[in-house]
Design a binder for this molecule. Structure first.
Ligand code: IPM
Ligand code: MN
Length: 359
């Protein structure tokens, strides 16, 4: 298999973790005789510094032409000025929109070896396996927004949640289709008791589920109670589908179930074209450049890339198994151990993964 992969290391620990995940992809290419061509492009703060634009046209062009994209992270205190003309995050939002990446898949799986790294009780989280489908190109993130100055000098700002029928249909369909290959349950999360856009979600989703997916169990949960149920009964969820903003918040909350944000990958997919794969964690500027970041989320994102964009399921599973074996052998990065306990560097834990892959 020949594939062109665009690397977008971005800011903070992004370059460190993308470098390690690339080593893993290279080793898979070698052992399975695939030809992966990598090219590195700019996004985020580094792109602002060098070009003034968080997503230069050259990056967009390369991404439109490639088979898959692996992204590190964007943002950092250097670019946090609320009055700045542009922000690193704008690059991420724009690439999602430009590539039509409307579905953000965020698997929340607990690793048996890491159960004690979670702030939650083992008996509650053990066995959790949730696949979130967060809508990624609509809602509050992309609706009309603005700021105006009122006659009395105050400022008035607004952001609007807007969804269309087809935007809801396509993500619900994708989520329900995935549920068929899992435990056959879909939970749709909204705030239909208050928000008009949520009432659209509720109607459209109910119709699709009844007409096309009556073989699946379907439930609807309000977002505030979902925040609670995620912590009290995480095992009862299989596939969860929700809007952009709710999905952003709930998946950060859910990321604490497995204990560390450092373990969680995500995939952003459209109906065709390349997918974009990234760790859920951010740029972690406080530990950038120290060589201690956990690369496993990005390595697992590379596995998702092989699965969803290159259809190399068995290679994806090899990586996932290798990561599990590394954890089972007791290897940990600093984020996964108690302060003061020895841990492996970003490079050293990747070396262990490569060993497990047999290279
Ligand atoms: C995420 C991030 C982004 C988002 C930010 C960096 C724009 O938090 O991918 O969840 O809010 O979507
Ligand atoms: Mn987020």
């Amino acid at each position: 298999m020949k594939a062109n992969i665009v690397l977008l290391p971005g800011d903070g620990i992004g370059p460190e973790v993308v470098t390690q995940a690339t080593r893993v992809l290279e080793s898979i290419a070698k052992s399975h005789s695939h030809d992966f061509q990598f090219s590195t492009k700019k996004i985020g703060g580094i792109a602002i510094d060098e070009t003034g634009d968080p997503l230069p046209q050259d990056t967009i062009d390369a991404c439109l032409k490639c088979d898959a994209i692996l992204l590190g992270a964007v943002g950092g205190p250097k670019w946090d000025d609320p009055n700045a003309k542009t922000r690193p995050e704008a690059g991420l939002l724009k690439i999602r929109k430009e590539l039509g990446l409307f579905a953000n898949l965020r698997p929340i799986i607990t690793f048996p070896e890491l159960l004690d790294a979670s702030p939650l009780k083992r008996e509650i989280i053990d066995g959790t396996d949730i696949l979130f489908f967060r809508e990624l190109t609509g809602g509050l993130y992309f609706g009309p927004s603005g700021t105006e100055t009122l006659p009395d000098g105050q400022q008035r700002s607004y952001s609007t949640a807007v969804y269309t029928t087809s935007e809801v249909e396509r993500i619900v369909r994708m989520a329900a289709t995935a549920a068929r290959g899992r435990r056959k349950k879909v939970t749709m999360v909204d705030k239909a008791n208050v928000l008009e856009a949520s009432r659209l979600w509720r109607r459209v989703s109910a119709k699709i589920m009844a007409e096309e997916f009556s073989d699946l169990e379907y439930e609807v949960v309000l977002v505030d109670s979902m925040a609670m149920h995620l912590l009290s009964r995480p095992r009862s969820f299989d596939v969860v589908v929700t809007s952009n903003m709710f999905g952003d918040i709930l998946t950060d909350e859910a990321s604490m179930l497995p204990g560390s944000l450092g373990m969680l990958p995500s995939a952003s997919l459209g109906s065709s074209g390349p997918g974009l794969y990234e760790p859920i964690h951010g740029s972690a500027p406080d530990i950038a450049g120290k060589g201690i970041a956990n690369p496993l989320a990005t390595i697992l994102a590379a596995a998702m890339l092989l699965r969803h964009s290159l259809h190399l399921e068995s290679e994806a599973q090899l990586i996932e198994k290798a990561v599990r074996k590394v954890l089972a052998a007791g290897h940990r990065t600093a984020d996964l151990v108690a302060k003061g306990t020895p841990s492996l560097s970003t490079t050293a834990i990747t070396d262990r993964v490569l060993e497990q892959l047999g290279v």
